[in-house]
Design a protein around this ligand. Structure first.
Ligand code: 2BA
Length: 109
């Protein structure tokens, strides 16, 4: 068994939830925050059999798209003014960042 952990953009999370449920996969969605943008995103935990991992990855790929996001300049107050960038910077946020982990044991009580 594997645990697929996928960090996706909030805009895609409803579609992904629905697609996983429709395909009969069990998933838990957690509200999360990106360390860099400090913006909300969604983290899915999907426990699945080894031979279904590729199908789950296909569903994630089909429902999550990358987007460009403008990052507002961060105030230099309290920080180093030398590294202050006074203009917005364009960042490409991926459709999904996915980890596939082995599961030693799985129980449902
Ligand atoms: P954030 O950390 O908010 O990052 C959003 C996007 O900002 C990233 O998109 C990347 O394009 C850019 N970025 C991140 N750190 C950067 C840095 N130090 N310098 C320049 N640009 C940077 P993605 O790579 O597609 O990541 C989307 C979200 O997935 C991340 O949101 C984070 O929540 C999660 N993530 C990405 N890589 C991860 C990892 N290795 N471990 C855990 N979570 C990760």
């Amino acid at each position: 068994m594997k645990l697929v952990v996928a960090v996706v953009q909030d805009k895609d999370s409803n579609n992904l939830s629905n697609a996983l449920v429709n395909a009969n996969y069990k998933a838990t969605k957690l509200a999360s925050t990106g360390g860099f943008l400090k913006a909300g995103n969604s983290t899915f935990m999907i426990g699945t059999e080894d031979d279904q991992v590729d199908d789950v990855l296909d569903i994630i790929k089909a429902n999550c798209q990358s987007r460009d996001q403008l990052v507002a300049p961060i105030s230099p107050m309290g920080g180093n003014a030398d590294s202050y960038i006074p203009y917005p910077v364009n960042v490409k946020v991926g459709g999904a960042t996915v980890f596939v982990l082995p599961v030693d044991q799985f129980e449902r009580f």
